[in-house]
Ligand binder design. Structure first.
Ligand SMILES: Cc1cc2nc3c(=O)[nH]c(=O)nc-3n(C[C@H](O)[C@H](O)[C@H](O)COP(=O)(O)OP(=O)(O)OC[C@H]3O[C@@H](n4cnc5c(N)ncnc54)[C@H](O)[C@@H]3O)c2cc1C
Length: 417
């Protein structure tokens, strides 16, 4: 695609799913786009997620009553939540905001805004992979949440009612139906909730890779360096200080995932971004594993039948951006996954840790930088960046071109904190 003459150049900081989706959308608008990343495209959080593309995944993480569950999670070796105690003092301000979000008005507002952001994600991915010749990377599948205990299932239904009231349909599965959908599942699981109109990426990393190949072949430029400083100039341009040189750009998109707040703060904008570190284990076999993408509700991890084998992915660990990965977390996921699918063929496994970019109200920021309209922010998608990426990219392109955003983005504003 050739850039429309006269359109300014855009520099996108970050080549995860948010940055690269946005870069493609900006390119389509006719901007000359450069992507800068210290890693190769898709090597950070977007590398190893569970691949879920489920529009209905819109309930915030902070829910009323959750406080009472947290101690139980924290003190279980195989619980879904970990806090590194040395990190706890740094986490307190974020935690306070997180807990303040646990009221029904906020839950309602967040759920509605995320449903709008996610509504067309599956269709948009289907269109995209057709365009880039990567149809195998998006698979249609229901998402099934699985429960062992009736009380947990009933408790979940009362929460899912929020979605039902907003028009999201789901099916309740009893034991025979659970078995029909997931024949290899352990008989410990008796109940399920099934969401249609969704699917998964069979390889989220390869998806970003394919998208960046298209970006480059359409004339995009990729600079493999770290942005150390971002500074609006006296004149027209914004100066980006890289490791070895400075570059000027007329417009900038900050899509730097869990590191975005560092760049925002250089622009004088405080954003309470935290990282919820997550883990995966990918077994190189699929025999005896899940048929659909499923969520183990008690331990909050997903099992996905990917192209390279079965992936178990989950865990929220608060330990900051610098602490090395704790391999025990991945080992626990593998143990739990094998219990869930006892017939799963043994194979080699690989593990991984990624930094989710999380805001305390579970919504991303998709907005102009408050003090500079030449800079756009798109980050903080937390547990749902793959789901949120296609519409985020569309919104970025609309903001950049001065068009009315196609959905209401007031809930994603950068000044709400
Ligand atoms: C275990 C796990 C499971 C998940 N499962 C799902 C799922 O099923 N579905 C879903 O929708 N989401 C899921 N997620 C969340 C999803 O992966 C993230 O929301 C998404 O990847 C975030 O994308 P991003 O582009 O914002 O960030 P990233 O992919 O982290 O990309 C940010 C990029 O910015 C670069 N960068 C940062 N600072 C600088 C700088 N100063 N200079 C240059 N480059 C910089 C980084 O190197 C990085 O490449 C999961 C996450 C985890 C950890």
């Amino acid at each position: 695609m050739s850039p429309k003459s006269g359109n300014p150049e855009f520099t996108v900081i970050g080549s995860g799913i948010i940055g690269i989706s946005s870069a493609l959308a900006l390119q389509k608008e006719g901007f000359r786009v450069t992507v800068v990343d210290r890693e190769k495209p898709g090597q950070s959080c977007s590398f190893g997620n569970a691949g879920a593309i489920s529009p209905s995944s819109a309930l915030p993480n902070s829910l009323p009553g959750m406080m009472f569950k947290v101690p139980g999670w924290l003190f279980r070796e195989d619980g879904p939540l970990f806090i590194q105690w040395q990190y706890f003092p740094k986490l307190i301000p974020w935690l306070i905001r997180f807990l303040n979000s646990a009221n029904w008005d906020k839950v309602d507002e967040t759920t509605s805004s995320l449903l709008a952001l996610h509504a067309s994600c599956f269709r948009l991915y289907q269109d995209l992979v057709k365009e880039i010749g990567a149809e195998d990377l998006i698979v249609e599948s229901p998402v099934i949440h699985l429960y062992k205990k009736e009380e947990d299932f009933k408790g979940a239904l009362s929460i899912w009612k929020i979605l039902k009231d907003k028009g999201i349909e789901f099916e309740e599965l009893d034991e025979p139906l659970v078995r029909e959908k997931e024949p290899n599942l352990s008989s410990d699981y008796q109940f399920g909730v099934l969401f249609r109109n969704s699917g998964f990426s069979s390889n989220p990393f390869r998806l970003v890779e394919k998208m960046s190949e298209r970006f480059l072949s359409d004339g995009g430029e990729f600079i493999h360096e770290s942005v150390q400083n971002i500074k609006p100039g006296e004149q027209e341009n914004i100066t980006l200080k890289l490791e070895n040189r400075e570059i000027q750009s007329e417009r900038v998109l900050v899509a730097a995932g869990a590191w975005s707040h560092q760049l925002a703060s250089q622009l004088g904008v405080k954003i309470p971004l935290e990282t919820e570190r997550g883990y995966h284990v990918t077994l190189n076999s699929k025999e005896g594993g899940p048929q659909n993408i499923v969520m183990e509700a008690a331990h909050k991890f997903m099992a996905t039948p990917m192209e390279m084998g079965v992936r178990f992915a989950g865990t929220a660990e608060f330990a900051g951006l610098k602490t090395p990965a704790n391999q025990t977390r991945a080992e626990i996921l593998l143990k739990l996954g094998k219990k869930m699918y006892p017939q799963l063929e043994d194979g080699e496994s690989s593990d991984w840790m990624g930094h989710r970019p999380s805001l305390p109200d579970s919504r991303p920021v998709i907005d102009f930088c408050p003090n500079n309209k030449k800079i756009i922010f798109a980050f903080g998608h937390g547990h749902r960046g793959l789901i949120g990426a296609p519409m985020t990219a569309q919104l970025v392109a609309e903001l950049a071109s001065g068009r009315q955003p196609s959905i209401d983005i007031s809930a994603f504003n950068s000044t709400r904190f």
